[in-house]
Write a new protein. Structure first.
Ligand code: MGD
Ligand code: MGD
Ligand code: MO
Length: 766
């Protein structure tokens, strides 16, 4: 008999699962309804991917034999012992009880940051938080690595990021009305492959090509020209990294000097321009040329062009992942207000067309299914990127958004669905801090570097091995993600694992509410159906959806133009800022008295940049952007990601002249280094990158050679061996991965083998 294809959803897209005559899933195909499907997940069934699965529960040898806290410096170095599920669950439940009783739930870090997999019920972060809440709570994290600075800044001055993201004017309206589109950091096609929970219809390429076809002019301010593809001409302004705030302030300066700013708009819709304007003194185009490397005459003419025509200014999230990363965002909002086009079709600002597929979608917004997480009895939290600081400074304080937080004393770290040895900055420093907890528990699908550095690793299923519901914000389709195969090895759903642990800790019924997976899917789906209907969006009943394999949301479409209601009547539709207006000057932020984030947009030198003293020793600015061939570190071991590697390493893009000055040829093995670390990578030459800038995309699994020394060589090309682990400012404490200087040399010594993609050693119990 023939087996019908089923669907599966990943953050990067939907795939059709093909089965053989025996019902075995054999191949994945692109989703037929997607005009621009992503190749990232095509090999999810491959042997290369399966090879690295965690197959059985495993416990680090010293921990198993000597108990919590034993030889923490051996994490990642020593063998694991595989154990039965019953024993593994017993160990975890007892250890949680021990930490709760001898310390308290304030000693459990369950922040567990990470993207997990698509699928709303089995979302690992939701599951771990629901579980830890039921057993007394945990220290959580706030904000994200994605938007550390913007999530804190934007609600003070305009609106929360999530609201702004889903308000972005759709592509067809942009094509019709926008005349000049100025992007800071491009609109990278590679990034828009992703939408959290599952991209179903990729529309960014079509959107950009449509704008170009209607004659929109594009100016791209970026160190890396390949981040904007419109199918036509793009003017490239090759800016020095981390200096965009200076450029934008100089654009503001020109507008004011030439009386081109929209006084009516500023008076009606904003507060604080009078306090900001004097700070522009001296910040003219000539001043900005020295900082940014963009010729002064072009800055002046660009400001005039912007004022003369319907203009959108769009900024990418990468710009705020930098030291003082609040400033380019605040400056951009200020510039858009001076241009006076906020709320007009094709005009105003965008906080990123491109980072994910969501922005510019015209599909209705409705509430998707989500697993309730309960309430957390512990109030302690950290800004997410202060994780290493927390471990190193228990009892220490950290300023954050107007308050001082105290770092808790963490004894147990519980992680499900993230990879801190991918996402955190300065991984050599994290390696040292990682010794602090007495116990580290991971649920993982794969033997990632972080899993290999844990004490107890529990094998989790992938979304191909369980039933779930795919839903992404402003995507047209809900996807019935049907189980396509049996779990590999003894892998179990995170839900099953937490259910069992909860049972042992007397919370089993509270955790499962008596439902199995299918009952949960139906329950969560029907709840979301009721809420969506209230908002004017109809989705079919669950059984019909599951039977059909997918569902299309029908109904009320969106307000087409970003912030149009506010523009139409700011009294009736005030913003949620203290004044109800856009805050060019924020009394609130000024009142915090932070020297690194004053009350209005300004330019402050980053701690490292091409104009700083450090550049004498480390003259290359390293950008570590999101990888084209994967989502973060996920599927780094798949054939698709492998194909981009050179000599088994991550390529580092550099300008031919920077390479020639160092005797480097295309494809050479390189050592990238600074005072914090060093890694190996391979040269990929391109004249589409600014001189003095190099790009080492994230995602190569962390692969330190040896250990113990302060600065081990990372062998695979993980940029977080080099990045700096401080906060963007006292306001946000956001991660600043894009602020990083390095030097590069040819690596002529015999190349050490890459061992990132390996299963750890297993030994019998001693
Ligand atoms: N230098 C530098 N560093 C960066 C960035 C940068 O720009 N530059 N970007 C930052 C950003 S924006 C982000 S969002 C972070 C991303 O950092 P992370 O979200 O931590 O990265 P992922 O690689 O997606 O890790 C997800 C992990 O979850 C596991 N997983 C997937 N599904 C499941 C599941 O169902 N159950 C369980 N138990 N596990 C599962 C995967 O195997 C994988 O190991 O990285 C940040 N780091
Ligand atoms: N394929 C793929 N897509 C992804 C992800 C992934 O891992 N893989 N991750 C997703 C996640 S979690 C997030 S948060 C988003 C992040 O989205 P972004 O933060 O916007 O993405 P990046 O790729 O880091 O950077 C985008 C562009 O900004 C440029 N840029 C960097 N620094 C500067 C600067 O100082 N000035 C200017 N003008 N430009 C600069 C970079 O060269 C790059 O081309 O991407 C999402 N999309
Ligand atoms: Mo992110």
């Amino acid at each position: 008999m023939t087996h019908q294809r089923t669907l599966t959803a990943a953050h990067w897209g939907v795939y059709e699962v093909e089965y053989d005559d025996n019902g075995k899933a054999t191949r994945l195909h692109p989703f037929s309804k997607d005009p621009d499907p992503s190749p990232i997940g095509l090999h999810m069934l491959s042997d290369e991917v399966t090879r690295l699965r965690v197959r059985r529960p495993a416990v680090r040898k010293s921990w198993l034999e000597k108990g919590p806290g034993a030889a923490p410096e051996k994490r990642g170095q020593e063998a694991f012992v595989e154990v039965e599920w019953t024993e593994a669950l017993d160990l975890v439940a007892k250890e949680l009880k021990r930490v709760k009783d001898t310390h308290s739930n304030r000693s459990i870090f369950g922040g567990s940051y990470g993207w997990s997999s698509a699928g709303r019920f089995h979302h690992a972060q939701s599951q771990v938080h629901r579980f830890l809440n039921l057993v007394g709570g945990y220290v959580r994290h706030q904000d994200s690595y994605s938007l550390g600075a913007a999530r804190v800044l934007m609600p003070h001055i305009v609106a929360p990021m999530d609201e702004l993201m889903s308000m972005h004017t759709p592509w067809d309206v942009m094509a019709e009305h926008c005349k000049l589109f100025v992007s800071f950091g491009g609109v990278p096609h590679k990034n828009s492959q992703i939408n959290a929970g599952g991209a179903t219809k990729h529309h960014v390429k079509g959107g950009l090509y449509g704008m170009r076809a209607k004659g929109v002019r594009f100016v791209n301010v970026t160190p890396t020209a390949d981040d904007l593809d419109t199918g036509g001409d793009v003017e490239w302004l090759a800016i020095r990294p981390n200096t965009d705030a200076a450029l934008i302030l100089a654009l503001c300066h020109t507008l004011m000097a030439e009386n081109l700013h929209d006084r009516d708009f500023l008076a009606r819709y904003t507060v604080g321009f009078d306090k900001f304007a004097p700070s522009l003194a001296g910040k003219d185009a000539a001043w900005a040329e020295k900082i940014t490397g963009i010729p002064a005459p072009r800055i002046v003419s660009l400001a005039r062009e912007m004022a003369a025509t319907r203009t959108t200014v769009s900024i990418n999230w990468s710009l705020q992942r930098s030291h003082h990363g609040e400033q380019p965002f605040w400056a951009l909002i200020t510039l858009a207000c001076m241009l006076g086009q906020v709320g007009l079709p094709g005009g105003g600002f965008a906080v990123g067309y491109g980072p994910v597929n969501l922005m510019g979608s015209a599909f209705p917004k409705y509430s998707g299914p989500t697993l309730p997480q309960g309430t957390n009895a512990v109030s302690d939290f950290i800004p997410v990127a202060r994780f290493t600081d927390m471990l190193l400074n228990p009892g220490g304080t950290v300023p954050y958004n107007g308050r001082n937080l105290v770092y808790p004393d963490i004894k147990l770290v519980y992680w499900a669905g993230g990879n801190p040895f991918h996402h955190h900055q300065d991984l050599n420093r994290l390696m040292l801090a990682w010794r602090k907890p007495e116990t580290i528990v991971f649920h993982e699908q794969f033997w990632t570097p972080a899993a290999r550095m844990a004490d107890i690793v529990l094998p989790a299923t992938t979304s191909l091995e369980r039933d779930d519901i795919g839903y992404g914000s402003r995507e047209p389709y809900l996807i019935a993600m049907k189980k396509a195969r049996e779990p590999v090895g003894e892998a179990r759903d995170d839900y099953w694992i937490f259910g069992e642990l909860a049972r042992q800790m007397g919370q089993g019924e509270a955790y499962t509410e008596g439902r199995d997976t299918m009952a949960w899917l139906k329950h969560l789906y029907e709840l979301s159906r009721v809420k969506s209907a209230e908002a004017g969006v109809a989705i079919p009943a669950f059984d019909e959806f599951w039977q059909a394999g997918m569902a299309e949301a029908q109904g009320k479409t969106r307000e087409p133009v970003m912030l149009a209601a506010f523009r139409a009547d700011p009294d009736k539709h005030p913003l949620k800022t203290p004044s109800g207006r856009i805050e060019i000057f924020s009394e609130k932020i000024a009142s915090f008295g932070y020297d690194d984030c004053p009350g209005h947009a300004t330019w402050m030198e980053p701690i490292e940049w091409l104009g700083s003293k450090t550049a004498e020793r480390y003259p290359l600015h390293m950008l570590s952007d999101q990888p084209k061939d994967k989502l973060h570190s996920q599927l780094d071991h798949s054939p698709h990601a492998h194909a981009t590697k050179i000599k088994g390493r991550q390529p580092v893009t550099m300008h031919p002249q920077d390479a020639a000055a160092r005797g480097i040829k295309d494809g050479d093995l390189l050592r990238v280094f600074n005072d914090r670390g060093a890694c190996l990578a391979a040269a990929q030459l391109s004249d589409r990158i600014r001189r003095g800038v190099v790009r080492l995309s994230t995602g190569a699994w962390f692969d330190p050679a040896g250990s113990g020394s302060n600065q081990p060589l990372e062998k695979h090309g993980n940029p977080n061996a080099l990045t700096l682990d401080i906060g963007a400012s006292k306001l946000s404490q956001g991660c600043i991965a894009q602020t990083c200087l390095v030097e590069i040399e040819r690596f002529d010594a015999p190349a050490p083998a890459v061992t990132a993609h390996r299963v750890p050693e297993f030994q019998p119990r001693g």
